[in-house]
Design a binder for this molecule. Sequence first.
Ligand SMILES: Cc1cc2nc3c(=O)[nH]c(=O)nc-3n(C[C@H](O)[C@H](O)[C@H](O)COP(=O)(O)OP(=O)(O)OC[C@H]3O[C@@H](n4cnc5c(N)ncnc54)[C@H](O)[C@@H]3O)c2cc1C
Length: 232
Amino acid sequence: MTFSPPLPHVIKGKRENLDNGVYVLHDIESAHRISDHAGNARKAVVVGAGPIGLEIAVALRTKGLDVVVVEMLSFAMPRALDKDMAKLVEQPLEASGIKLIFNKSVMSINGSPVNSVSVDDEIIETDMVILASGVRANIEIARNAGIEHGNWGIRTNAGMETKIKGIYAAGDCIETVSLINHRPTMMQLSSPAYRQGMVAGTNAAGGYDIYEGALGTFVTVLGKLEKVQKKN
Ligand SMILES: Cc1cc2nc3c(=O)[nH]c(=O)nc-3n(C[C@H](O)[C@H](O)[C@H](O)COP(=O)(O)OP(=O)(O)OC[C@H]3O[C@@H](n4cnc5c(N)ncnc54)[C@H](O)[C@@H]3O)c2cc1C
C-alpha cells in the first residue's frame, strides 16, 4: 500500500496538560512519567495504533487499566500491515480487553486534570492520554540553511550528502527511499539511522559508501502475540 504524510492535526488541550495527564513516549524519563501516572489511574486513552501505541496499550492493560486505542485510519499498524494481516494483531489485543476504535480522531483532550477525550461525536472518560500518533522531524535548521527537503524530511543522495556539498544528513530527519516500491518515504527506525550515519561519516571523512534505501523491517512484542504455537 502507498502511504502519504498525514495531515497535521491539532488536538485541543494537549499542550496544557503535557506531562501532567498527557504524555508522549520519547525516552526512559517519559516512560517513567507514564508509569508513575498509570499507578494512580484507572483508564487510559492511547492515540495511534502504530507499534509504539500498541506496545504502550499492552503495558497499561497489563497494569490493570481500562485501555482504549483510537486510530484515525481503519486498522492497526497501518504503515506496516495490510488490513487482513492487521486482524491477527487486533484480535488478541481485543481479547485481552483493549478497546480499539478505528476511523475516528481524537479532537480534544478535556479537563485539567484530564478527565475525557472527544472522539468525533463521542466523549470517552479517561485519567490519562498517551500520544503515539507519530513524529515528524523538526528540520527548521536545515530549511534555514537552504537545504533541500521533501514531504518526509531532508533530501540526500545515496552518499547521505545533501544538495549542499559537505553537509550530510542521516536518521529520523531524512527522506529515504523504500526498497519495496522505490518511492520516497521516512523510516524512523534505529537500524537505518545507524547505517545511514555510518555511510555519512565514511563519506564525510573522504571514504566511499552508499545507502540504497530501507525495507522498514521491525519486530514488536504485543503481549503473548510473538510466541510461536508449538504443535505436538
Ligand atoms: C518510544 C520509541 C520506541 C522506539 N523503538 C524502536 C525500536 O524498537 N526499533 C527501532 O529500530 N527504532 C525504534 N525507535 C526509533 C529510533 O529510536 C530512532 O529511529 C532513532 O533513534 C533515530 O536516530 P537519530 O540519530 O536520527 O535520532 P535520535 O536518536 O533522536 O538522536 C537525535 C539527537 O539529536 C539531538 N538534537 C536534535 N536537535 C539538535 C540540535 N539542533 N543541536 C544539537 N543536538 C540536537 C537530540 O537531542 C537527540 O539526542 C523508537 C523510537 C521511540 C520514540
